[in-house]
Ligand binder design. Structure first.
Ligand code: GUN
Length: 296
């Protein structure tokens, strides 16, 4: 079997084109253009690249944005002060603090200081909690983007065995919640694996849907995947590549070439999940501007 490719770039471009129409209608009706405030602490090159993709998408969708840069030595108090100022600024609809943060800062404290009504990443405990009980919420962008891909390609989730590798707050945990809820996008039997899981293969081999968000290049090899499985690779790892001008290339967590021969569907890296994450951030920012999740 040679897997069909899940073209996240194409679906993200379609999503962005539709969101652009929604934003224009919103503005034509006399509303202010949505505004996304991005906060970058330090100068991590990968974070700068992700922020570049996000602000670029804002331009395409017609969302206003700017980035506040803070030094990597910023104190927790000063960072919180900035966030509170953005919380209180009625011209700001969404706030995104790019992670990871320098080690002296607690990402939990920083995320909790964001007004949950502006938490377009969907990381605030209020939004994660509401996700867990099926209440309207800002859905974390990467897992929400993966569900959009299943919907676009008519890949069924209900009653399948979904195995999520990686239990992060950003991807693995909310992904497992979304897949396991008894709603229209869920109803999967869900297993969550992490770095303490013994014999990972015993779990991955039984997955109808395998979602890998571990941040380890080549973690998942073909012999760990069931014939005909749907494989979603969330990993974005930089590995040295002398043939590339920038000196590195991006690879996922899965051995793409070998798994492609076994899976029924597979996402490439880059061009799979990544663009969908950004598209979902745009969707959440418009929802925030419209106050659709949390009306006044
Ligand atoms: N770092 C890696 N992924 C993300 C994301 O989706 N949002 C934020 N804010 N930081 C990240």
């Amino acid at each position: 079997m040679s897997a069909k490719i899940i073209d996240g770039k194409k679906v993200a471009d379609l999503t962005i084109a539709n969101l652009r129409k929604d934003v224009e209608q919103w503005v034509e009706r006399g509303n202010r253009r949505p505004f996304l405030k991005v906060v970058q602490v330090g100068n991590d090159p990968a974070s700068s690249a992700y922020i570049g993709s996000k602000t670029n998408a804002c331009k395409k969708v017609g969302i206003d944005t700017d980035t506040t840069h803070l030094p990597d030595t910023v104190s927790a108090k000063d960072l919180k002060k900035s966030i509170i100022q953005f919380n209180n600024d009625d011209s700001i609809d969404g706030i995104l603090v790019q992670l990871p943060l320098p080690s002296h800062l607690s990402s939990h404290d920083v995320i909790e200081s964001i007004d949950y009504r502006k938490d377009v990443d969907g990381f605030h405990p209020m939004n994660i909690g509401r996700l867990s009980v099926d209440q309207p919420t800002f859905k974390s962008c990467t897992p929400a983007g993966i569900l959009e891909l299943f919907n676009y390609y008519s890949i069924p989730v209900k009653s399948k065995h979904a195995v999520v590798v990686g239990a992060s707050n950003i991807v693995g945990s909310p992904m497992a919640v979304m897949l396991s809820r008894e709603n229209n996008t869920g109803k999967a039997t869900t297993t969550i694996c992490h770095k303490f899981t013994r014999d990972l293969t015993t779990h991955t081999i039984s997955a109808d849907i395998l979602i890998v968000a571990a941040g380890h290049p080549n973690l998942i090899k073909a012999e760990m995947v069931k014939e005909g499985a749907v494989v979603i690779d969330v990993g974005i790892n930089r590995v040295a590549d002398e043939t590339s001008e920038r000196g590195y290339k991006l690879v996922g967590d899965c051995d793409f070439d070998a798994i492609r021969e076994k899976a029924s569907w597979i996402t490439p890296v880059p061009g799979g999940v990544g663009p969908m994450t950004v598209a979902m951030l745009m969707k959440n920012t418009l929802l925030a501007a419209k106050k659709s999740i949390y009306p006044d």
